[in-house]
Ligand binder design. Sequence first.
Ligand code: PMP
Length: 420
Amino acid sequence: GALPPATQALVERRRRTFGPTSVLFYDEPLHVVAADDVWIETADGRRYLDLYNNVPSVGHSNSRVAAAIAAQAARFNTHTRYLYEITHDYAERLLATFPAELDRIVFTCTGSESNDLALRIAGAATGARGVIVTEAAYHGNTAAVTEVSPSSRPSAALAPHVRAVPAPGGEGDVGGSFAAAVEEAIARLTREGYGVAALLVDTIFSSDGVFADPAGFLAPAVDAVRAAGGLFIADEVQPGFGRTGAAMWGFQRHGVTPDIATMGKPMGNGFPVAGVVAGADLMARFAAGVGYFNTFGGNPVAAAAGLAVLDEIADRGLVANAADVGGHMKSRLEALRRNRPVIHEVRGSGLYLGVTLADADGAPDPAAVTRAINGLRDRGVLIGAAGGRGEALKIRPPLTLAREHADMLVGALEAVLDAG
Ligand code: PMP
């Protein structure tokens, strides 16, 4: 249908000023005027349940985060070359959520910068160049990180120092099969002279389509990489900060400790702040070779935002809420799957779920996923797509979601699937 005039005017202003890489959600993009907790309000007066947002992870327009940002911005904010207390309060609070051996942090502004730096740290420590990632991984937008993000290069061959393996899934020994694929990649990188700098994975495999179970499946692959002299980099941009409902960090569900962890997105609830955590040794080996300065990374306002997010997660029990509401949503979706053959698989952990849709022959059906996403939007529910072919519904709401909201999604999805 035709867009409301004010929305159409914004689309045109955007077209005249933004480059073609600036892609919006939906053919009829949402023209947002405000948001509160799990709700987004648009210019036409509608309200949408937002199940596609791990940036405002402690809720849209969170008042504690907003107040912390405003208060700090009114006091002091600049680059990161001064001693300033709140920065250290934040670094210590954040590091305390990690296993003891991960005891140093470098703040950045984006997940991309964090992964870029992690690759450099791994290269400095190992003297190797090879990186192993999953087939539909996304790790960010710098030149080096785009090379290890197969989902950003659908029509380009991977660089020779990068090997992609299938995300861990399917039946049987998931961890064993994943490790076998990683071992094959190690052998190839070694044979070709690149060596193995790192296995880099998003520990909930978001863009691959959300793969979480069985918990523990990462361990054999991590062992294999370390045996080859490489490091394990856990990209926690998506699963981090409690989303899986099992722990603060996605790698903890798998009983492994990474050599390097990277994080971003939900860290400042929308304020740009991100980081890289590693042991003192690794950080020192990197710093011996080069300098690294990040003007805005972890500046005082970023630290204030980050601290308020940690406070919200702790005081409101949001990790437990993710487990409770996510578990409830998953079991209701499982029940729906038993009556709707189009639902092929329900995967995920906590408030990160992937639901694959299949056609009558059981083949992945990205067109059905697109129809369901648009149908849900018409019913006031926002979700996304995941997977190499867009074959999975991606459900990733703020961690403040309540059971009643999960029930709204399930009811709306049922109606959408029945409408065909
Ligand atoms: N890693 C993962 C797993 C991501 O999903 C993203 C962003 N979608 C990034 C890294 C990059 O983060 P940013 O966009 O903040 O650079």
